[in-house]
Design a protein. Structure first.
Length: 161
């Protein structure tokens, strides 16, 4: 007689005396569930590892592309440096009809004027010095400017008396 909660598994030679084994259904279900869980875990592992391998190959491709772009940038910078050299610019300017101004051409010299400034002496211009004689070098020059400024500041109050 068969019971509902047992599973009959025949094995060996089949015959009237040789039956088989009876296994509890809960044990069979437990092992079936374990087999399904292990199968799902294996599938998940394989899927994740294939995605990681795909991403790693994409990263390698991007690194190779980055190196190619870097080499191209270095090459372009070298070309820019070559094309931007002074000799190249002068040659291109001559080809286009430009010419350098003469040193004696006064219209091409930079001149800066400011009200109240003294012109520089010829000796300072010839020496190449940018700094002219200072006010402190003149006798009583610094104090004279201070006194004039103080008088200008005090003038409104002195006229009120």
């Amino acid at each position: 007689m068969r019971q509902r909660n047992e599973l009959f598994i025949p094995y060996g030679r089949l015959g009237p005396d040789n039956g088989g084994a009876r296994v509890d259904m809960r044990v069979v279900l437990f092992f079936a569930l374990m087999l399904i869980v292990l199968g799902l875990a294996g599938w998940l592992y394989l899927r994740q590892s294939s995605e990681v391998a795909l991403l790693a190959s994409q990263v390698r491709e991007q690194q190779i592309r980055k190196e190619e772009l870097h080499r191209e940038l270095v090459t372009l910078n070298a070309e820019v440096a070559m094309l931007g050299s002074l000799k190249r610019v002068l040659q291109h300017g001559i080809e286009e009809g430009y010419q350098l101004a003469d040193a004696s051409d006064a219209s091409r010299h930079l001149s800066i004027t400011c009200p109240g400034c003294r012109p520089l002496d010829a000796a300072y211009i010839q020496s190449g010095s940018v700094v002219g004689p200072t006010v402190a070098d003149e006798p009583d020059g610094a104090w004279q400017g201070f006194r004039d400024g103080l008088r200008g500041w005090l003038r409104p109050w002195t006229n009120d008396r």
